[in-house]
Ligand binder design. Structure first.
Ligand SMILES: *[C@@H]1O[C@H](CO)[C@@H](O)[C@H](O)[C@H]1NC(C)=O
Ligand SMILES: *[C@@H]1O[C@H](CO)[C@@H](O)[C@H](O)[C@H]1NC(C)=O
Length: 807
């Protein structure tokens, strides 16, 4: 009898936890989920970000952080009494406590026996239950995208039923209701993908489809995806398929600030990694160079007027952002002779006023343009098979970009008066003369400079290409000009922090995205290659509790890292301030401790690299919008000290007060030195006091000593920050205990990060007794943990010090 009971039990468990279908008569309450048959996707109730509202959505089972589809996005439930069920007409509906309909699938016809199924593609489908797995759906979530395109989803049009599938951004991280940005396929004339902001001003466009690709974006395959564009009679759409690789989850999503981002997650990390973000180049921004301007990403300034055109207002012709545009030097006079200037490898101008004929040849197209006095340019509409079809532009030419790469862009012919064409040719000849002379002079100077450069600065020359690649990481390479622009030329006003690795600036990219720009100090002693390699390694570290690296810049002698910007500054800003400390109650502080521990665990054990942070401190714990901790500056120690294999370094990086004894005195470091710093941090979070500079009327110990004295006298709770009146005693006691274990004098006495995480998480496990901590000695006037000789050199109290050991 034993076995059958067991099987029945198993059967019931399977039904209640892993079902992928909802049949009529059944319903799904808040807290329950549907899981697709291959365990890829989950349909359930969720609250986004800091919001308390409830929504029904779909997410990848392994990484719930990105919700790929939301049902009731503009009609949230305010409590957790929502139920997903079927209406009498067979509609899938979300109802509230009083049976009011919050969301409905809005079917046009009645289903007698409806069934809803979450497919393993992430598609929620609704159909008549015929007992067969038919793929004729009455409704499917793939037809109503939110802000995310999953593999296999279509962006574009089903012309037969007049359905447009487009992405609409969320309002904010906390609010999935339709926000400011839309990504859609515009099929007016020739199809092109457009990113449009509210009030329908374009932000970006892919360039029109030319039979092979969008003239400003490639459609094809890389190691990770294969993208397709289908231009049929009944359907026009863009889609992508996952290629077989180590990634098990991927999304193309439009974030609330209008950036199209491609995320992947691998089996290894179960966390999302940004592979690609668009627009990511100043020339991508729609019409950056104004009417009749041309954008070249590799030039400074990036904008120029088309040949035969001059700036409308020269004084307004700003170097980088110019909106004034250009006008003809010589107005068109249709009675005079005219010709065309050929412009290769460009993103064709936007189709604002245009004329299209798919059957004409290029020659016919040219004469067609000359026939109409207001025609300004022409091009083939299809580049396949040597080119065919005719596109004519009238009026101003907007959003032209020239590419360096051969596989982008196509040829455009711009109409100019003959005199202007001659002028162009003559001046080109003259220019060539001047250029030859100049070039020789420059070459000589350059050679001189190189010699000088190599000797004195050991500087390198920038390499081509806008991305650095290694295996599966595509790290965007920012232009120095972009960074300079974003930070107002590294202005004082944008400075938000400074550490031993260099100053940090807040930057605003032209896309509106806020970033933190870290300008590494020059003396890293590293060459370009090493820097590049290390940066790629750092970029591979992806964890919820680590600050994300968005890209880097290595032009001239600059070594710059671009990170996500964290709104809420750093932990020290809160815990050491007598007013702001009130904003972090114990519950929040405990969350922060857990978060830091998880981040460190990842660095020490879970990431492929095994990174020792070496400068863990309160000011390196940044807080995001929801006050979740993000460890920053991780991996930088690698850049600054490459002799790590000896586990003993000549260059000591760290901050007094957080350094372990063996590291401060002998330069020996290991993961256990990070544990020491973590222990200090833990005690600081509990006490609201800095270890360094700590003073007490009754003794001369530092914070660690103070904590130890209190703990051994059973008065540990006296250590707790006065700001915390809601602390949970056993949990706080435990944290102090763990903190003391972490700051033990000998590395072997300190627990590993995995034990720390386990100890924090399990309230009942017994903990070993701590011995007296490292640096337990009464200070007189000199504190060994603050080494005053160097302190004076590095004035601000929490600054990272980098010193070369003179021994
Ligand atoms: C339920 O929804 C209906 C219709 O949207 C609304 O009128 C009603 O106030 C809601 N009831 C509750 C308890 O939220
Ligand atoms: C369903 O249809 C109604 C009326 O046609 C409309 O107001 C509502 O927005 C639709 N809901 C959805 C989810 O499409």
């Amino acid at each position: 009898m034993e076995a059958p009971t067991f099987f029945i039990f198993l059967f019931i468990v399977c039904l209640s936890t892993a079902a992928d279908t909802l049949s009529s008569g059944w319903s799904m309450k808040d807290g329950e989920t549907l899981v697709s048959s291959g365990q890829s996707f989950v349909l359930g109730f969720f609250s986004p970000g800091n919001s308390q509202n409830r929504y029904v959505g779909i997410w990848y089972k392994i990484t719930p952080e990105i919700v790929v589809w939301v049902a009731n996005r503009d009609n949230p439930l305010t409590d957790s009494h929502g139920v997903l069920t079927f209406s009498r007409d067979g509609d899938l509906v979300l109802v509230n406590q009083s049976n009011g309909i919050i969301w409905s699938s809005n079917l046009s016809r009645v289903l007698k026996n409806p069934v809803a199924q979450l497919l393993d593609t992430g598609n929620l489908v609704l159909r008549e239950n015929t007992g067969l797995n038919s793929d004729v759906y009455s409704w499917q979530s793939f037809d109503h995208p939110s802000d995310t395109l999953l593999p296999g989803m279509k962006l574009g049009w089903d012309l037969k039923i007049g359905l447009e599938r487009r992405l609409t951004s969320w309002k904010s991280m906390d609010d999935p209701s339709p926000g400011d940005y839309t990504c859609r396929l515009n099929i007016h004339g020739l199809p092109q993908v457009e990113l449009v902001s509210l009030g329908s001003s374009k932000k970006y466009r892919s360039g029109s489809w030319n039979g092979k690709q969008f003239s400003g974006a490639s459609v094809g395959s890389n190691e990770v995806t294969t993208s397709v564009f289908v231009y049929g009679e009944n359907e026009i759409f863009f889609a992508y398929e996952a290629r077989k690789s180590e990634f098990i989850a991927r999304v193309l999503t439009m974030n609330h600030s209008g950036l199209l981002q491609y995320y992947v997650a691998s089996k290894r990390s179960n966390a999302w990694t940004i592979m690609y973000s668009s627009p990511n180049n100043p020339c991508d921004a729609y019409g950056t160079c104004g009417a009749n301007g041309i954008c070249r990403a590799n030039r400074a300034p990036i904008c120029d007027c088309l040949k035969g055109f001059v700036p409308k207002s020269p004084e307004e012709w700003d170097l980088l952002i110019c909106s004034g545009g250009c006008m003809r030097r010589i107005p068109v006079d249709c009675s005079k002779e005219e010709g065309f200037l050929k412009l290769a490898k460009v993103k064709l101008p936007d189709l604002l006023e245009f004329w299209l004929n798919k059957n004409m040849s290029l020659k016919e197209c040219a004469s067609e343009c000359l026939k109409n006095c207001s025609c300004t340019a022409y091009a083939n509409s299809d580049v396949r098979g040597g080119g065919s079809g005719c596109l004519l532009w009238f009026g101003s030419l907007i959003d032209i970009r020239e590419y360096e790469q051969d596989d982008y862009g196509q040829t455009l012919y711009i109409r100019l008066p003959k005199s202007e064409l001659d002028f162009v040719h003559n001046s080109a000849k003259k220019k060539r003369m001047v250029i030859t002379v100049l070039m020789s002079a420059i070459a000589a100077l350059f050679l001189l400079a190189m010699v000088y450069c190599r000797r004195i600065w050991n500087c390198r020359i920038k390499r081509k290409g806008s991305k650095i690649k290694e295996e599966d990481i595509d790290l965007p390479l920012f232009d120095l000009a972009t960074i300079v622009n974003a930070t107002n030329g590294f202005s004082e006003d944008s400075l938000i922090g400074a550490g031993g690795f260099g100053p940090v600036y807040k930057g605003n990219l032209f896309t509106g995205q806020e970033v933190a720009v870290k300008r590494l100090s020059r003396n890293s002693g590293q060459g370009l290659e090493e820097f590049k390699n290390e940066t790629i390694l750092i970029a591979k570290l992806q964890h919820w509790n680590l600050v994300g690296l968005l890209g880097c810049c290595m032009e001239r002698e600059e070594r710059i890292l671009v990170y996500e910007y964290m709104q809420n500054k750093s932990l020290d800003y809160f815990i050491f301030d007598r007013e702001r400390c009130l904003m972090l109650d114990w519950e929040k502080r405990f969350d922060i401790i857990i978060g830091i521990a998880k981040g460190l665990l990842y660095l020490h054990h879970d990431s492929k690299l095994r990174v020792i942070h070496r400068d863990l401190k309160a000011s390196n714990i940044l807080l995001d919008g929801s006050l979740s901790p993000r460890i920053s500056d991780f991996g930088l120690a690698r850049i600054f000290a490459s002799d790590e294999k000896e586990a003993k370094t000549k260059r000591i990086i760290g901050t007094y007060g957080y350094m372990s004894p063996e590291y401060a005195f002998d330069g020996k470091f290991s993961v256990k030195s990070d544990i020491f710093s973590f222990g200090v941090l833990l005690l600081e979070i509990v006490s609201g006091k800095r270890n360094r500079g700590f003073c007490h009327p009754n003794h001369h110990h530092n914070l660690l000593g103070h904590a130890w004295l209190l703990w051994s006298e059973d008065r540990a709770m006296e250590l707790v920050d006065g700001c915390l009146d809601d602390s949970v005693e056993p949990q706080v006691q435990r944290c102090i205990h763990i903190g003391l274990l972490c700051v033990q004098k000998f590395p072997n006495d300190r627990p590993a990060m995995s034990s720390v995480v386990a100890m924090l998480g399990n309230e009942s496990a017994s903990l070993p007794r701590p011995k007296q901590p490292g640096f337990f000695m009464e200070r007189s006037s000199m504190d060994l943990s603050t080494a005053p000789t160097h302190e004076e050199l590095h004035s601000i109290n929490a600054v990272t010090v980098t010193m070369l050991d003179g021994r």
